[in-house]
Design a protein around this ligand. Structure first.
Ligand SMILES: Cc1ncc(COP(=O)(O)O)c(C=O)c1O
Length: 409
């Protein structure tokens, strides 16, 4: 390929004209805290994913934490255990702690980047309450095996679907595969509200608890009260006495995690072009995955099974042992040629300092640690197309041939 450097940013965000118009309308109306746009966004997101309910919150981390905090309504105690993959964005581990539980880590598979189902049962104890698989890089976790284990041990399964917008497993969308699904709506994710998160579920009583949790644990689960405008029509108001100020009755330990109207306005405009964004990103990802077969001697990446669609979040690449180059060689070359890179996260228990107090040591999670040392990911977003994908492939090919040449000399 001739020509100069092409800039390939890691992420992008498309703000539509409708988003801008809705933001202005909300500002003009003077109602910017959670209201009708948030409700509309929740309804549309639930429809899109195919879940009965969706509850919007401030971040994807809160979506994870609030979904986990529902466990208290089901009899869990503080300090109980939640099983999560050792490799994820650190938010998965943080959310477990923020919800008041203890994270129990299970190593991942190098090929899928996801929790290794064959290692889950050994991590279950009498204190285990839930499994939270992560669909890392949009690759669906092995849900049939995970669900079978959960049923055997009477555990809830909550999907961390932060990166899995558009992912499909055996005909069902990520976020509808188990008890609850938690999505991030942060910039660079396929549907974004700038900052934001949303929990999907078919269980209406979980949704009620989530609405209470996002608003400090308020007693009333009816929408208007949760939105901080105690309504005269609220049945619960009367349950607590005619004069009770329902806004200050708290049933559970809660969070302050409501989405606001401006964020929902951005999200509503984004939903209008969801299919366009998804298709473009999917085309980019699948094209790159296919072409990457030529580099399989040097890199591992994802492969798509016939029963799934990978949510096109980003392209992961893990340098194989014996490749002859280091990750910093690779990232320096890609960055020099305009391609943004991100590392492929860390082993949370052994490569994230905040978790050192749990007492794990390097070597406990070999696959997560290997990916933490040798993995990167790059963008496949809607602002790039075939030309940029070919450019990425060309740069990688040149990098590899440069290295094999220098080794021969
Ligand atoms: C796997 C995973 N879980 C949770 C989160 C947290 O989302 P947020 O950044 O919106 O809090 C992220 C963020 O991208 C993520 O990648």
């Amino acid at each position: 390929m001739g020509g100069g450097i092409i800039r390939i940013p890691f992420g992008t965000m498309t703000i539509t004209e409708r988003s801008k118009q809705l933001v202005i309308e909300a500002l003009d109306r003077g109602r910017v805290s959670s209201g009708r746009y948030v409700r509309e966004f929740e309804k549309k997101f639930a429809e899109l994913v195919g879940a009965r309910e969706a509850v919007a919150v401030s971040t994807g981390t809160d979506a994870d934490a609030l979904a986990l905090a529902v466990l208290y309504d089901l009899g869990a105690s503080r300090g109980d255990e939640v099983i999560i993959p050792a490799l994820s964005f650190v938010a998965t581990g943080n959310a477990v702690l923020q919800a008041g539980f203890t994270p129990v880590f299970v190593d991942v598979e190098r090929e899928t980047l996801n929790i290794d189902p064959s290692k889950i049962e050994a991590a279950i104890t009498p204190k285990t309450r839930a499994i939270m698989p992560v669909h890392l890089m949009g690759k669906p976790a092995e849900m049939d095996s995970i669900k079978a284990i959960a049923v055997r041990h009477k555990l809830l399964v909550i999907e961390d679907a932060a990166e899995a917008h558009g992912a499909v497993y055996k005909g069902k969308n990520a976020g509808t595969l188990c008890d609850m699904g938690a999505f991030s709506l942060y910039v660079a994710h396929i549907i974004s509200t700038v900052e934001g998160g949303i929990i999907t579920t078919d269980n209406e009583s979980y949704a009620g608890v989530l609405r209470s949790l996002r608003s400090h644990g308020r007693a009333c689960k009816c929408e208007s009260c949760v939105l901080n405008t105690a309504s005269a029509f609220c049945a619960k108001r009367f349950q607590f006495g005619e004069n009770a100020d329902i806004r200050f009755v708290f049933e559970r330990v809660g969070f302050s995690s409501k989405m606001n109207e401006l964020e929902a306005a951005v999200g509503l405009g984004n939903l209008d072009i969801y299919n366009e964004i998804l298709n473009k990103r999917r085309e980019n990802l699948y094209y790159l995955l296919d072409k990457f077969k030529a580099f399989s001697q040097y890199f591992m990446t994802l492969s798509k099974e016939p029963y799934e669609e990978i949510g096109p979040h980003a392209l992961p690449m893990i340098i194989r042992e014996g490749s002859g180059f280091t990750r910093s060689d690779l990232t320096a070359y890609l960055e020099k040629n305009g391609i943004d890179t991100r590392t492929l996260f860390n082993s949370i228990p052994t490569q994230c300092q905040g978790f050192a107090y749990l007492g794990h040591k390097m070597g406990d999670f070999p696959n997560a640690e290997y990916i933490g040392e040798q993995g990167i990911h790059i963008g496949v977003h809607q602002d790039i197309g075939r030309r940029e994908c070919d450019y990425i492939l060309d740069v990688i090919e040149k990098f590899i041939s440069g290295h094999t040449l220098s080794k021969k000399q």
